[in-house]
Design a protein around this ligand. Structure first.
Ligand SMILES: [Zn+2]
Length: 165
């Protein structure tokens, strides 16, 4: 996987493959290549819960009316259609965080070796210990609630008042 030479993970490649299949049924009806804006018409319903129609694509602001481009940071079928209309590689609009190079760079950080506890310096300072009164009962209800919620509330507030009711 690391040395596969693929720029994206399998999931991203599968997503893009499906979008490319959809893009084959799209038509770019209007475009302004100077502003990188396009109007893409769908000619086939691919059943995604979105109405079949005309979608506006603005490559500069990374916008497509379908919402996928902005939400997923991946090229949707409309963006692919827009890019193909002027022979531009749609993969340049896939966010860099999805590249294998970016994912594997997580492992480039330096990890210090933690020595055996025997070699650790002696700790000087206060120790935090759990309050045994706050410990949960092993079986049944928690200890504080064993006498009922009013008692628990009274005990939590630390009040020295009589329980009413
Ligand atoms: Zn789209």
């Amino acid at each position: 996987m690391v040395n596969s030479g693929e720029p994206f993970s399998e999931n991203i490649r599968n997503f893009l493959k499906e979008e490319v299949i959809k893009f084959n049924s799209h038509q770019v009806t209007l475009f302004d290549r100077g502003r990188y804006t396009f109007s893409v018409r769908e000619t086939m319903n691919h059943i995604e819960g979105l109405p079949m129609g005309e979608y506006k694509v603005d490559l500069r602001s990374k916008w497509c009316d379908c919402g996928k481009f902005r939400a997923l940071h991946l090229s949707c079928s409309h963006v692919i259609a827009a890019n193909s209309s002027f022979s531009y590689d749609y993969k340049t609009f896939v966010d860099k965080k999805f590249t294998n190079e970016c994912v594997y760079s997580v492992y480039n950080i330096h990890f210090d070796v933690v020595h055996h506890q025997h070699y650790w310096p002696t700790y000087v300072g206060s120790k935090v210990v759990p309050d045994s009164a706050m410990r949960r009962a092993k079986k049944g209800r928690p200890e504080l609630l064993a006498l009922g919620p009013r008692w628990a509330l009274w005990k939590m507030r630390g009040e020295n008042a009589a329980i009413v009711g």
